[in-house]
Design a protein around this ligand. Structure first.
Ligand code: S3P
Length: 428
């Protein structure tokens, strides 16, 4: 893979930019917004709650904030599509409103666990009704006032942390969340950018309800989770020398760089700078012979979305790669452990799924195995990971059910083709 390119804006930051801009006083301008289905679901939800939003146009969005108490009742259920971040964060934000809302999602989102947010939110006084299995649809009733809690999260989840902090804006007193391991801190950074006080001591972060957010200008960096496909692609494809521009390198997101480097990858961070409270850099990545490693547990939350791509790197590495402590991968947009293990096996790569991870032995992709099309199970990151695997495959790889690539990375196929991947979209 060669050349110079910029992947689309960060998904996590794009969601939050709309939420905080909507709750702020004044007009916020956003650039670099991700025009993918997930972030657009968040944007549409706020429009339906009466927020005036113009754009997105080439990544530019203007949001006229309504203040902390200015949202209005939507005229029906809010559709979060495939987006877990939209549903979990909005559950917190909506728990403190004086009107009822219902959050629905697609088949994948409707299978994903929601008790991790509905239970702690109930401790704050929220009235959230889920299915008997603790899944969407979520009906959120007005509760007459939330109260702050001090919550120790059982899982290291930025979505849970953010959901509670968002509810905390509407709660009486202080809401504190402790995390068992560091998770992405975009919510904390963005609250600060909007002038809202956030206090962090070690692994505990606190907000006090009833403050004000002031509109600001946000510049969203390129998404390291999207860059990950190119970091892996250029690492495994001989002759590669690729520059990825303006990628977010928030320390809570750089697990993919740390893990790839530990495997022997050649990744250089150039021109480190700050953009809208987030660190960014240009990433230069060149082909390197990778070797299998045991992935350190402290890197797991920092690379949680990048494992499908990292498994492709492991398939091309010398020796064995072992991941454990990553049971969360089983409840993402698909069961990413099983779906990746199945796909790799089809391509003749030895991959043993474990309850909380996977063991992968590097080999020649597509030299053995039964072949046949890979089923992405509608999971955007699975589809893009197997697309990148084709850079080192002995035979063409066909991937089914790829429409959801659009949830996080519109234009992936075109950008990947520009960088040198032979890729063709069918039935698009
Ligand atoms: C996200 C947090 C992560 C991540 C997801 C986005 C966020 O989920 O997998 O894609 O924006 O807060 P968890 O918090 O469930 O690990």
């Amino acid at each position: 893979m060669n050349g110079r390119l910029r992947v689309p804006g960060d998904k996590s930051i794009s969601h939050r930019s709309i939420m905080f801009a909507a709750l702020a006083e004044g007009e916020t301008t956003i650039s670099g917004f991700l025009e993918g289905a997930d972030a657009l679901a968040t944007l549409a939800a706020f429009r339906r709650m009466g927020v005036e939003i113009s754009g997105p146009e080439a990544g530019r969005v203007r949001v006229r904030g309504v203040g902390l108490r200015g949202l209005g009742a939507p005229d029906g259920a809010l559709d979060m599509g495939n987006s877990g971040t939209s549903m979990r964060l909005l559950a917190g934000l909506l728990a403190g409103q004086s009107f009822e809302t219902t959050l629905v999602g697609d088949a994948s989102l409707t299978r994903r666990p929601m008790r991790r947010v509905s239970e702690p939110l109930s401790l704050m006084g929220a009235r959230i009704h889920a299915s008997a299995e603790g899944t969407a649809p979520l009906r959120i009733e007005p509760c007459g006032g939330l109260r702050g809690i001090d919550y120790g999260m059982p899982v290291a989840s930025a979505q849970v942390k953010s959901s509670l902090l968002l509810a905390g804006l509407f709660a009486e007193g202080e809401t504190c969340v402790s995390e068992p391991a560091p998770t992405r801190d975009h919510t904390e950074r963005m609250l600060t950018a909007f002038g809202y006080s956030v206090r962090r001591h070690a692994n505990r972060v606190c907000v006090t309800g009833g403050g004000r957010l002031s509109a600001c200008q946000l510049n969203i960096p390129a998404d390291i989770s999207s860059a990950a496909f190119f970091l892996v692609g250029a690492s495994i494809a001989p002759g590669s020398d690729l520059l990825l521009e303006g990628v977010g390198i928030n320390p809570t997101r750089v697990g993919v760089i740390n893990i790839l480097r530990a495997m022997g990858a050649d990744i250089e961070l150039i021109d480190r700078r700050l953009a809208g409270g987030e660190p960014v850099a240009d990433l230069r990545v060149r082909h390197a012979q990778l070797r299998g490693i045991e992935i350190p547990h402290d890197q797991v939350p920092l690379a949680i979305d990048e494992f499908p791509a990292l498994f492709i790197a492991a398939a091309c590495a010398e020796g064995e790669t072992l991941l454990t402590g990553a049971e969360e991968l089983r409840v993402k947009e698909s069961d990413r452990i099983q779906v990746m293990a199945d796909g790799l096996a089809q391509l003749g790569i030895e991959a043993e799924p474990l309850a909380d991870g996977i063991r992968i032995r590097g080999g020649q992709i597509g030299a053995a195995g039964p072949g046949g099309p890979i089923d992405s199970h509608g999971d955007h990151r699975i589809a893009m990971s197997f697309a990148i695997a084709a850079l080192r495959s002995q035979r063409p790889i066909e991937i089914r059910d790829c429409a959801n690539v659009n949830t996080s990375f519109p234009g992936f196929a075109m950008l990947a083709a520009e960088a040198g991947l032979g890729i063709e979209e069918r039935g698009a």
